[in-house]
Every structure is written in structure tokens, then in C-alpha cells.
Write a protein of this length. Structure first.
Length: 466
């Protein structure tokens, strides 16, 4: 610390001279520099450091004022009230405080300790005190080690039963260090206060343990490293036999089966479980654009296996094109489930089903159920809902291709030829492979909706499609 006194001379006619101390407001000044040779002394040619924070602290250590050093490394606190204070020179990052109180000349040494603090001092009116601080790029060691505590290790199943996509997060709390500027993990994390929690992740569980190293912001030589082992996967493997399972929040969706009738129409059976405490208002399943489900009918009442009743809107336009099942007076909640079934025409075989549920009052959950792993199998009924006898001699593989059975052995159930295609005139269809059998032909629009039914005949030669 350097102290300056202002002395004034008063000359009287008698020829005597008196020295008097001028009473004025106190001030604190100083110089912050780069100690290039790390000797703790301001040597010729060593430059000042600009934009370094200098904080004025009261006797209790509370910050009462702050200044940034100017382009030459100097700072000034004017009009300082009488009292006891200390200064703190904040590390601009990546530097160390140089050696303190070196040499015999207090005017050119560094007054800050390894943490950037000066000793407390008292100032009164009229005093001008000066405190300097040097920084160096040479590591000076770690004076207050940093320690890490790990907490809140959480697993996320990402809404699937597959443990390979499970992730985890964790929190760390660092203590120790040199001061309120906290710790860094550059380049992305800087100045996290000590004693506060910071969350990392998500990380893939299958990738194993995660190792992190942090360093004190003021003293980069103070580091701490922690290795966090991942938790066990939290996905619940699909043991229900469902084709696909999705868990979104408190809602669970299971594609149980796809059943085929004699016309190859597909009936989708989907179980919805509401683990929320609030009741489900409705659930809706995406329909292919322009397609209307064959069953259940629009404005009909669907009775689930549980006995609960739902009003059907088929098709439904919001929040997307779908078939909607809306609860009447009772609905599922607190882990209850219902199974919803609807039938699409044979030409409609979506690879996935977009499903949405609204939970009271207006909370929405959405998922996508994959159908490509679901083998479409014949219905157990002896007759379809549309009057056709069923046979167990056909099924579909996971790629939704027909597998020939006994009835279709002679034809292999291959698609018939259509030519010329495209055409703006006559269009021919070769159905010779079905010679001698009754056939049913349905023309579909570009959106896949039935457009025209042709009469059932053993031979079809020419039909007017206009």
C-alpha cells in the first residue's frame, strides 16, 4: 500500500512557512499489470492490463463498488467514505496472481494475495491510497483445491422399450476454489458459482461412464475431475406380445395386432393406458389421407372390451386427419386401459400410425406406432363384418405382402396387370388368372378411397367408368 499526502505552503509576511495537510475526500488508485517475468515487481516495459475488474469490499467482505482498469491498466475510486476496506482484483481468466510483496520498494510490488485480495485497510478523509496487482501466465499452484459432489443421476427411456436408446443426466456441485467467480469447463461453461448445482447430459447409457474436468475460474491450476458411471437402463422391454409400444409421459400406446378379413381389410387393435391422474377426453388414430375407416361408423358408439363407451368421429379433421374416440361420461385414468379397434380398406396399409390423446383439461400426448413389424393375420371369426367368409389359408408377412395359401395356390395371389398405364382412354386389366372364379373389382381414387364397384361376373370385357 502506498499513501500520499497533499501538503500546502502558507507564507506570512513574518517570513515563517507552515505546512498544513489539506482535508479532502479520500480516494484509492492503483495499477494492474502483466508481470512478464513473474518476479512480483513492476519492471520497465511490463504493460498494464485493461478491463480488469477491481472491487471495493467493506469490512464484512461485501462489495460496495467496482471499477474496470483503463487502457493503461489504471483504476481510481473517488470520494471514498471513511471506513475499513479491502480490494479484490478479479482474475480476467487464464492467468495467475503474481508473487505478493516482493522486494523492498512498496511502490512497485503487487499487493494482492494468490486469490486477488488485499489486506484490510482503513481510510479517512484526505487520504489517497494506492494498491497494485500483477498477473502472470506462469502457473502458481492451487491454493484452495476444488471438490465435486455428484447427484441426481436420472435415466430417460426416450419413450421406447428399447434399452439401447436410453440416456442419463446427472448434476454436480463444486466447492472450494478461490472466490465468487466460480468454476469453468471451457469452452462451453464458464463462471458457475461454487455451491450451486449444474446438470450435464443427456449421455447414451450404452457408451459407458462420463469423465469431466473443471477448473477454478480465478486459478486455472485448481482442477477437479469426476467420473460418473451410468445407471442401469430404464426401458421396459416389450413382454406383452404387442407389435410396438410407445410410452410418452404418463400415456402408453400398444399396437396389439392387425387382423385380416376375407377382403384383406385390416383391423387395427391398439391399447391405450392412461397413467395420468386426469381422465382421458379422447384419443385419435391417423387415417391415410382421403380414406374413411370401414368400421366403426361415424357418429356411432364404440364399446371397448372394458364396457366403456366412446363416440366415434370418422373421419375427424383435428388435430390431424384421423378416427377419433371420445369419452362420454367415464374414461380411463390412474393406470386404466382400453382397447380401440378400427378397420381400414385393403389398399390402406400405413407403415406407422400417428396417435394423439387429450387428457383433461387440455394436455396432449402424441406418439407414432410402427406397423412394419406387425404380422397381419386372419381374423378368428368365420366371417368378416362385410359378409365374406374367412379362411386361415392366407396371412401377411412383416412387409405386408400376401403369403399364398391353399385357395390361391394356382394364382400365387400376384397383382394383375393393368395397361396402358397411365391412360386417358381405355384401360385394360388382365384377370385371366382368376378364370372360372367370381371376382370383385373395386376402383380406387388417387387418394386410395373406393371410387367405383364393378359387377361380379365370370368374365368382364368392357365397362363404362365415366
Amino acid at each position: 500500500m502506498k499513501q500520499k499526502l497533499l501538503l500546502y505552503s502558507i507564507f506570512f509576511l513574518s517570513g515563517f512557512t507552515f505546512s498544513l495537510e489539506k482535508s479532502s475526500a479520500a480516494s484509492i488508485t492503483g495499477f494492474v499489470w502483466s508481470d512478464l517475468n513473474t518476479n512480483g515487481i513492476q519492471d520497465a516495459g511490463e504493460p498494464g492490463l485493461d478491463t480488469v475488474w477491481v472491487f471495493l469490499l467493506d469490512a464484512a467482505g461485501n462489495q460496495v463498488d467496482g471499477r474496470l482498469t483503463d487502457a493503461t491498466g489504471h483504476y481510481t475510486f473517488d470520494n471514498v467514505a471513511d471506513g475499513t476496506y479491502a480490494l479484490r482484483f478479479a482474475n480476467p481468466g487464464g492467468l495467475w496472481q503474481t508473487l505478493q510483496d516482493q522486494g523492498a520498494d512498496d511502490l512497485v510490488d503487487s499487493d494482492a494475495d494468490p486469490f486477488g485480495y488485499t489486506a484490510q485497510f482503513t481510510i479517512a478523509g484526505g487520504q489517497q491510497l494506492a494498491f497494485d496487482a500483477g498477473f502472470t501466465t506462469v502457473p502458481q499452484g492451487c491454493f484452495t483445491p476444488v471438490s465435486i459432489t455428484v447427484s441426481a443421476i436420472d435415466c430417460d427411456d426416450n419413450g421406447t422399450p428399447d434399452p439401447s436408446d436410453d440416456t442419463f443426466t446427472f448434476a454436480i456441485t463444486a466447492t472450494g476454489g478461490t472466490g465468487p467467480w466460480g468454476w469453468d469447463m471451457l469452452p462451453g461453461i464458464s463462471m458457475v458459482p461454487y455451491g450451486t448445482s449444474h446438470t450435464f447430459g443427456p449421455f447414451q447409457i450404452i457408451n459407458g461412464a462420463v469423465t469431466l474436468t473443471i477448473n477454478d475460474h480465478d486459478n486455472p491450476d485448481c482442477t477437479a475431475t469426476v467420473t460418473v458411471a451410468p445407471p442401469a437402463p430404464c426401458s421396459s422391454p416389450n413382454t406383452s406380445g404387442a407389435c410396438d409400444v410407445k410410452i410418452i409421459g404418463c400415456m402408453k400406446y400398444e399396437l396389439l395386432s392387425i387382423a385380416l378379413d376375407a377382403d384383406k381389410n385390416r383391423t387395427y387393435s391398439i391399447q391405450v393406458t392412461n397413467n395420468c391422474s386426469n381422465k382421458m377426453i379422447y384419443t385419435a388414430f391417423q387415417l391415410p389421407d382421403g380414406v374413411v375407416a370401414l368400421d366403426p361408423a361415424n357418429n356411432s358408439i364404440y364399446e371397448a372390451p372394458s364396457g366403456r363407451e366412446y363416440t366415434v368421429r370418422n373421419p375427424n379433421d383435428a388435430p390431424f386427419y384421423s378416427i377419433r374416440f371420445k369419452s362420454g361420461t367415464d374414461s380411463i385414468s390412474n393406470g386404466a386401459s382400453d382397447i380401440f379397434e378400427y378397420t381400414l380398406p385393403a389398399q390402406s396399409a400405413p407403415d406407422y400410425i400417428h396417435v394423439v390423446s387429450r387428457v383433461y383439461p387440455k394436455i396432449f400426448y402424441e406418439a407414432h406406432l410402427n406397423t412394419f413389424n406387425c404380422v397381419a393375420t386372419p381374423s378368428n371369426s368365420t366371417q368378416s363384418k362385410y359378409g365374406k367368409p374367412l379362411s386361415d389359408s392366407y396371412a401377411e408377412d412383416a412387409g405386408n405382402r400376401e403369403v399364398p395359401g391353399e385357395i390361391f395356390t394356382s394364382t400365387d395371389a400376384v397383382p394383375f396387370s393393368v395397361y396402358p398405364n397411365p391412360s386417358d382412354g381405355l384401360l385394360y386389366a388382365d384377370i385371366s388368372r382368376w378364370r372360372g372364379q367370381n371376382v370383385r373389382i373395386v376402383l380406387l381414387s388417387g387418394q386410395g378411397s373406393p371410387w367405383k364397384h364393378l359387377p361380379s361376373k365370370r368374365e368382364i370385357r368392357l365397362c363404362d367408368l365415366t
